[in-house]
Design a protein around this ligand. Structure first.
Ligand code: UDP
Length: 240
């Protein structure tokens, strides 16, 4: 679905929130803030904040859902009613079902679920403030929460959004940019393995633009990956 706007979102190369095209908002990460969970993390990109918790591995019921050779990951993404100015009606909708699914698909390749036949690992993503790019913020938080729960994994998954506003290719769309973009693309990857686990595109781009954006996403995910590792070290070094 193409989206286009006449309003100016970028003036003389500077975005309305004073960022350069390839600049993210301020990113904050904290691991282990939900004590009742097996793993948890909070990640903020500017005014978008995702809280993730992981419960399990735990027995999966009803039994007919169990896989004899592997464990399964279940994900629920939810946007809190108070997370946006126009109150969001509570409960699941088509969008949250879709984002729950793509979050699961983005994270599954990083996990050794075969180590846990018949059980489930349950991941919850709560968006407590939404200002664009909530799915990628949630993926970053849930990957950290899975690591902090001690689920064996081959790599962390790092994610960011990239897109096009007023003909300029940009990184980390905020809510206004997202709503008025010509295109937005959600990317998740395992940066140390150079493996992309999620690529979702909305709007229109040329092949060259898409390749350029993927380059920007790779660079940005690499930085996010380092921040995720530091957030884990900060938590667990303190406990040594
Ligand atoms: N949004 C909103 N109300 C909703 C859904 C979305 O205000 O019910 C806003 C929110 O800021 C969100 C943005 O629209 O981040 C873009 O939503 P989209 O579905 O593109 O997913 P996202 O970019 O958050 O992954």
């Amino acid at each position: 679905m193409g989206k286009k706007t006449d309003s100016e979102l970028i003036i003389d190369g500077i975005r309305l929130d004073k960022r350069l095209p390839d600049q993210t908002r301020e990113i904050k990460m904290k691991v282990g803030n939900i004590v009742s969970a097996n793993g948890s993390a909070e990640v903020a990109f500017g005014n978008t904040t995702a809280l993730a918790s992981v419960h399990g591995p735990r027995p999966l019921f009803p039994k007919h859902l169990q896989e004899s050779q592997t464990g399964i990951l279940r994900v629920r993404y939810n946007m809190a009613p108070f997370s946006v100015t126009d109150r969001k009606s509570p409960g699941p909708d088509r969008r949250s079902v879709e984002i729950s699914k793509v979050t699961r698909l983005a994270l599954e390749p990083s996990l050794f679920l075969d180590d846990y036949p018949k059980v489930t690992v349950d991941g919850f993503v709560e968006i407590i403030q939404a200002d664009g790019s909530t799915r990628v913020t949630g993926i970053n938080a849930l990957s950290l929460a899975l690591a902090s729960a001690g689920i064996p994994m081959t790599s962390l998954v790092s994610a960011c959004s990239v897109g096009k506003i007023n003909g300029t290719l940009i990184v980390d769309l905020n809510g206004m940019e997202d709503n008025n973009s010509e295109s937005d693309v959600a990317v998740a990857m395992m940066p140390d393995k150079d493996i992309v686990t999620l690529l979702q595109m909305d709007g229109m781009l040329t092949k060259e633009e898409l390749l350029h954006l993927l380059g920007l996403a790779k660079k940005t995910c690499g930085k996010i990956y380092e921040m995720q590792k530091n957030a884990l070290l900060e938590k667990y070094r303190g406990e040594e």
